[in-house]
Design a protein around this ligand. Structure first.
Ligand SMILES: Nc1nc2c(c(=O)[nH]1)N=C([C@H](O)[C@H](O)COP(=O)(O)OP(=O)(O)OP(=O)(O)O)CN2
Ligand SMILES: [Zn+2]
Length: 142
């Protein structure tokens, strides 16, 4: 079963090799979509996550605190994201998949939750999406 949660963050970045305006420092109101898979928990009076793959609220708190506040929101992404070689939406989405694989999966409150895909919207018109294979292929040095 799949579940998804959306987030937002405001950040600055630059793309130093771009041949247009994006080589200059500028900002975006990013939107982040995270799609997870996992097993739905059986209803059980002792389990407050009954009927869920994972509680959206728990996912929200962990991602906000440990990913967005720590690395992404109100940051200069070129300096704040460890091990990323370039801050395009493509690299950011793959880096976030890798972060989920390392830091979120296996968390005691999240059961067998697995990241499937991450979509990073850089503007309201443009996004990039990465899956596990993309993240593994990019081999970030974190
Ligand atoms: N494939 C990608 N192309 C571009 C990326 C990217 O991450 N992946 N990023 C940029 C820049 O960061 C830029 O800020 C966004 O580009 P663009 O859509 O061209 O800019 P605007 O939203 O300002 O569009 P206008 O129509 O000019 O207002 C570039 N390309
Ligand atoms: Zn940009």
């Amino acid at each position: 079963m799949k579940i998804a949660r959306m987030f937002k963050f405001e950040s600055a970045h630059r793309l130093p090799y771009h041949d247009g305006k994006c080589h200059r420092l500028h900002g975006h109101s990013y939107r982040l979509e995270m799609i997870f898979s996992g097993t739905v928990r059986q209803p059980d009076e002792k389990d407050p996550q009954s009927g869920f793959v994972a509680d959206f609220g728990i996912v929200n708190d962990l991602v906000k605190e440990q990913l967005i506040d720590r690395y992404l929101d109100h940051r200069d992404l070129n300096a704040s994201v460890p091990g990323i070689p370039y801050t395009s939406a493509e690299y950011l989405s793959a880096w976030i998949v890798g972060w989920c694989m390392r830091e979120l999966e296996g968390h005691p409150q999240l059961g067998d939750l697995k990241i499937e895909r991450v979509r990073v919207w850089e503007t309201i018109n443009a996004w990039a999406e990465a899956d596990r294979q993309d993240a593994e292929g990019m081999n970030f040095h974190v």
